[in-house]
Design a protein around this ligand. Structure first.
Ligand code: CO8
Length: 261
C-alpha cells in the first residue's frame, strides 16, 4: 500500500474539528492530481458529516504546499489539461463547502499552495510562512485563482507585482497586506489554529454557515444585493432555536447550549 497523500483526522479535542494534513513531505507537499482527488473526496465527506463543524488544512513546518507538482505537469500538453478539466475537476470542490475551512500555513505556500490557502475561508500563518505566485518563473501563470483572489486580498499593485516577479512574500508582509488573518510563532501555529477552530465549532452550525455565506456574498454581489442577502439571513436566524438559546443565555448570564437547529 502506498502512503496516503493526505492524512485526515476527526479530532476529539477540540470537538467537531477535522484536520487534513498534506502528506508529500519529500516534495514540499507538491500538489499532484491524485492528491487533489483525495482532497476533494475528503472535503465533501467532512462537509456532509454532522459531527464536523470546522475543517483545518495544514502541511508541515517546511511547507504548506510548494505548488502544483511541476514534474507531473512538465510534459503535459494542451489537449490533456483541457480534456481532463485539470484543476477544475478536483480543486473546485473546496468552493462548494458550507462549513468553514481554515488554512494553517507554515513554510512555503507557493503557486497552487498559495492559491489553495486563499480558497480557504481564512489563513493563520506561522512567522516562517512564505507566500508567492512563482508560476511565471516556470513559464506559466497561476491557474487555481491566484490572479483573482490575490488582488482581492492584497490589492492590485501588490498582486500584480507578486505575480509578475514571482517573488516570495513573508508572513509579516502578508499580514500587513491583508492576506492572512493572523501571524503566530511557528511553534504555536497548530495550538492557535485548533483553538480558533474549536471556538467556531462551539457555536451553532447553521449560524456559522450563514456567516460564511454572507461574508462570501460580499465578493459575488453588489453592495445593495449583499446587504439584502445579509438582512434576510439575519432575519432567518430568528427561525432557529439556537437564536433563542443564545440570546436567552446572555440575558440569563449563563453559557448557551446550542443544538444546531
Ligand atoms: N513540484 C514538484 N516538486 C517540488 C515542488 C513542486 N512544486 N517544489 C519542491 N519540489 C521538490 C524538489 O524538486 C525537491 O525534490 P528532490 O529532493 O527530489 O530534488 C524537493 O521538493 C525539495 O525542494 P528543494 O530542494 O527545491 O528545496 P529548497 O528548500 O531548495 O527550495 C522551494 C524550496 C523554494 C519551495 C523550491 O522547491 C521551489 O521553488 N519549488 C517550486 C515552487 C513553484 O514554482 N511553485 C509553483 C508551481 S506551478 C503551480 O503551482 C501552478 C498553479 C496552478 C495549478 C494548481 C493546482 C494545484
Amino acid at each position: 500500500m502506498s502512503e496516503p497523500l493526505i492524512l485526515v483526522e476527526k479530532l476529539t479535542s477540540p470537538a467537531r474539528v477535522a484536520l487534513i494534513r498534506f502528506n508529500r513531505p519529500k516534495v514540499m507537499n507538491a500538489l499532484n492530481d491524485a492528491l487533489a482527488q483525495e482532497m476533494a473526496v475528503a472535503l465533501a465527506a467532512l462537509d456532509a458529516d454532522p459531527d464536523v463543524h470546522v475543517i483545518v488544512v495544514t502541511g508541515n513546518e517546511k511547507a504548506f504546499a510548494a505548488g502544483a507538482d511541476i514534474g507531473a505537469m512538465a510534459e503535459w500538453d494542451y489537449a490533456k489539461v483541457y480534456n481532463d478539466n485539470y484543476i477544475t475537476k478536483h480543486w473546485e470542490a473546496a468552493r462548494a463547502l458550507r462549513k468553514p475551512l481554515i488554512a494553517a500555513v507554515s513554510g512555503y505556500a507557493l503557486g497552487g499552495g498559495c492559491e489553495f490557502a486563499m480558497m480557504c475561508d481564512f489563513i493563520i500563518a506561522a512567522d516562517t510562512a512564505k507566500f508567492g505566485q512563482p508560476e511565471i518563473t516556470i513559464g506559466t501563470i497561476p491557474g487555481l485563482g491566484g490572479t483573482q483572489r490575490l488582488p482581492r486580498a492584497v490589492g492590485k499593485a501588490k498582486a500584480m507585482e507578486l505575480c509578475l516577479t514571482g517573488r516570495f512574500m513573508s508572513a509579516q508582509e502578508a499580514e500587513a497586506a491583508g492576506l492572512v488573518a493572523r501571524v503566530v510563532p511557528a511553534d504555536q501555529l497548530m495550538d492557535d489554529v485548533l483553538a480558533t477552530a474549536g471556538k467556531i465549532a462551539s457555536y451553532s452550525l447553521p449560524v456559522v454557515m450563514k456567516v460564511k455565506e454572507s461574508v462570501n456574498a460580499a465578493f459575488e454581489t453588489t453592495l445593495t444585493q449583499g446587504l439584502l442577502f445579509e438582512r434576510r439571513e439575519f432575519h432567518a436566524t430568528f427561525a432557529l432555536a439556537d437564536q433563542k438559546e443564545g440570546m436567552r443565555a446572555f440575558v440569563g448570564k449563563r453559557k448557551p447550549d446550542f443544538k444546531n437547529h
